[in-house]
Design a protein around this ligand. Sequence first.
Ligand SMILES: Nc1ncnc2c1ncn2[C@@H]1O[C@H](COP(=O)(O)OP(=O)(O)OP(=O)(O)O)[C@@H](O)[C@H]1O
Ligand SMILES: [Mg+2]
Length: 347
Amino acid sequence: MAIIAPDIGIDLGTSNTLVHVRKKGIVINEPTVLVVDKTAKHAVRAIGEDARTLLGRTGGELTAVQPMSDGMIRDFEMTEYMLQYFIRKAIGVSRLVKPRAVVTIPCRMSPIERRAVRQAALYSGIRKNGLTLLEKPFAAALGCGLPVFDPVGSMVVDIGGGTTEAAVISLGGIVVSRSVRIGGSKMDEAVAAYIKRDFNMLIGDRTAEEIKIDMGAALPLKEDRKALIRGRDLITNLPQTAEISASKVYEALKPTCDAILSAIQFVLEKTPPELCSDIVRGGIHLTGGGSLLFGLDQYIATELGITVYLAKDPLSCAALGVGQLTDNYEWVHRIVKSAYLHDEADE
Ligand SMILES: Nc1ncnc2c1ncn2[C@@H]1O[C@H](COP(=O)(O)OP(=O)(O)OP(=O)(O)O)[C@@H](O)[C@H]1O
Ligand SMILES: [Mg+2]
């Protein structure tokens, strides 16, 4: 039995939670969801991947809980429970000295929201005095290999399930950032709203997400595509099928894509001129699962006239970033205060 637990990095996301273990890499990559039994006392029945398979198919006593929304903890107890489960799964339980951890947080969280993350992490088994909170775009920039400690400006836009965070980073700190509560989930909601409006039909969250991934686009399509989808008729309450078109899905997603673009524009407008010219040279780097929406990179590039690069593994960038920090813990002290916050007990 190892006495000291290895350092870990946690990307606590609205849709997915990833855990990186020092020198091992990402060992947990599961959806941020639990299934609970409303009637029982110790009610959690499944967590993560096991719970996802039940999503939308739960009924009666079983209900799915997504403890995070818009990048924030909404259900404290469930977040704690889930984190504890993932940490144990990642490093085991029998350690005398608890692990240190770097955990991602959205930009400019309120002190109360930060405290919630801190408490959840400590309750879940992180060592007191060993917790570092790191802002998501910084983690994502590190994870996709940008020179965050160099005297050049790098721009990263992390489009997750719940939030979009655009930031310009230089010399180990975030210079300008913008965090908006818009991401993949808002796109799913837009798809579901379109189908409800045009077909009087209700579809589940998973179906909406599948339609977005299969048919969604940020650019108008040259040739329209149609697909049959299944849902529940709002009037008869019976199962129904409808034929939807990709051009309508594109129209439904447009406001979300425009809001993401506005967040990026806001950051660029506030960026000092020297750093702006670095960004024009180095391009904008997209990370997070939402950046995989077809044509989003091209849409942003065309609107702004700046080259846009989609990260190699967008869903893992933030976890790879906190992972790099756990592999090289001394780097934590090279990060400028704005981008990270130590556990208060550390200060
Ligand atoms: N191919 C794809 N096309 C469009 N969207 C996708 C694709 N693959 C994944 N997504 C979306 O990416 C989102 C999840 O991304 P990610 O795991 O980066 O979010 P998160 O880190 O959990 O959330 P946040 O950082 O906002 O708290 C989901 O909304 C998912 O539907
Ligand atoms: Mg994320």
